[in-house]
Design a protein around this ligand. Sequence first.
Ligand code: ZN
Length: 458
Amino acid sequence: MAELIDQIRDIVGERGVVVHEDLLGRSAGFRHPNETLQAKFLVRPANTDEVSKVLKLCNDAGQAVVSQGGLTGLVDGNIAGRDEVILSLERMREIEEIDPASSSMTVQTGVTLQSVQEAADEAGFFFPLDLGGRGSATLGGNVSTNAGGNRVVRYGMARDMVLGMEAVRADGTVLNSLNKTIKDNAGYNLKHLFIGSEGTLGVVTRLVLRLRPKPASQETAFLAVDDFNKLPKLLNFCNGRSGGGLSAFEVMWKEYFQLVLSTPGAAQPLPGDYPFYVLMEVIGGDTQGDGERFENMLAAALEEGLLVDAVIAKSEGERQAMWALRDDVESLDRWGPRVGFDVGLPIAEMPAYLDEIDKPIVAEWPDRKRAVFGHLGDGNLHITYSVGENGANVKKVIDDAVYLPLASRGGSVSAEHGIGLAKKAYLEVSRSPAEIELMRELKTMMDPNNILNPGKIF
Ligand code: ZN
């Protein structure tokens, strides 16, 4: 009988297979920039039918398959081993249709997020999902990880932007649910099984995405706040006053703000010694009146004592300079070795939680550096520690300190990045044995030969 690679070549053709030696020229991705891809070989099907046939062959052969998108993930959910086959949809990047009447766009999942954003914009619509890796990250990866990003407070996560889906099961069965309507309650909504499952339950090949009206106005401000307890009040105040138009509420703790200010060329919108800074954005539909309403809203918040200082972006350049501060995570590289986290917890728990996790770390490393920023409206914090050394033992101490206190606070060890391999050891902090058991049962039922991204999540 022919080797698996030859059988697959018969399906996808010569250019549909990249052998191991040729993978060595490809980077292993954002988290491993100095490594090259490892795999038995890589398959690049050209359409859903080929994906289906390839999966059927691999399933029958018990061959493990790791789906990869743009390799911008942060939890090693996409890492393949030397004995695994990589499935890449890089040849399936077509935007098949934009349907203005149903405000939807149908795409193949190898398309990049940026291409989708641009196509929506050209068609007079808005696709609100946005994150730093937009130029490389694919919709397949975005959906498999239920990506979050900067506008979740207004539009939800990737899950909330998917109307319909075509997915291929481990045995090659194609599920066609390319629904275009917002309402669809005909039994179980199977698309949600695949969203956020990190490639362990099936391969998503096509999507119907929900488009939104293009905002007519976008107001951006940088605010200083002197007390944590005022942040949720400010959030609710502004969201209410803007009629739910709040589209970003990014909070920077002082240490992070001061660090990004020290980047050469950084603009300084406000003095650097307040405890909290907020990058706030409100979108609206009235080009004429929204600017004035925004100013009035901030003036009222100031009067209520919810903020102590504010500056409004007067141009697109000023707006981008404000976002550049928030997005300057590379500034953390100046600290040397560091450990980064993406956790979720109720806003009210955050101050006590941050105190609690710091105690064992400060006890061990009194000079530790810590940066905190987050999508506060989503209950999502990004925390970075740097203690001047790294290594498995150091990481374990810091991981334990950060993750374990989440259990008693109703927190999540992964707010938006997923579990992959990196957080596998801590899944049970956020999920009960009964929940993990059901996850395992689903996995066994949908992928009985355990070929889809095996060993990830749990
Ligand atoms: Zn984030």
